[in-house]
Design a protein around this ligand. Structure first.
Ligand code: SF4
Length: 109
């Protein structure tokens, strides 16, 4: 969420930024090139608009950086234990869940 929406007086802002972006508390530079920077964030959380969100990600020049950061954050924060939701980095929550917890291969007799 852009800082302008939270407001500088929001007391949890710093803690939120640290949780999301690590020690610097600053979004990574690649975010300035994100295809979703001017999109309504609700599109990425609305299960009825998953295809719209995936279409935005498909044309995003920083999809690899986004995906890598998101998967790392979900691993480090423990969020992956809960089924992730929303589209991020060109992946649905279910697709990210499968990356964190790949299905076990059945042994072939
Ligand atoms: S890959 Fe998708 S969610 Fe990530 S920055 Fe690009 S448009 Fe946004």
């Amino acid at each position: 969420m852009p800082r302008s929406e939270l407001g500088s007086s929001y007391p949890g802002y710093r803690a939120l930024m640290l949780a999301l972006f690590g020690r610097s508390g600053r979004p990574p530079a690649w975010r300035a090139r994100a295809a979703c920077r001017d999109e309504d964030p609700a599109v990425f959380d609305d299960p009825d608009r998953t295809d719209d969100a995936l279409a935005v990600c498909a044309g995003c020049p920083v999809v690899e950086e986004c995906r890598t950061d998101q998967l790392a954050w979900e691993r480090q924060s423990g969020v992956r234990r809960f089924h992730p939701s929303g589209v991020v980095g060109g992946l649905t929550g279910t697709e990210r869940h499968r990356i964190h917890y790949p299905p076990k291969k059945k042994e072939v007799a």
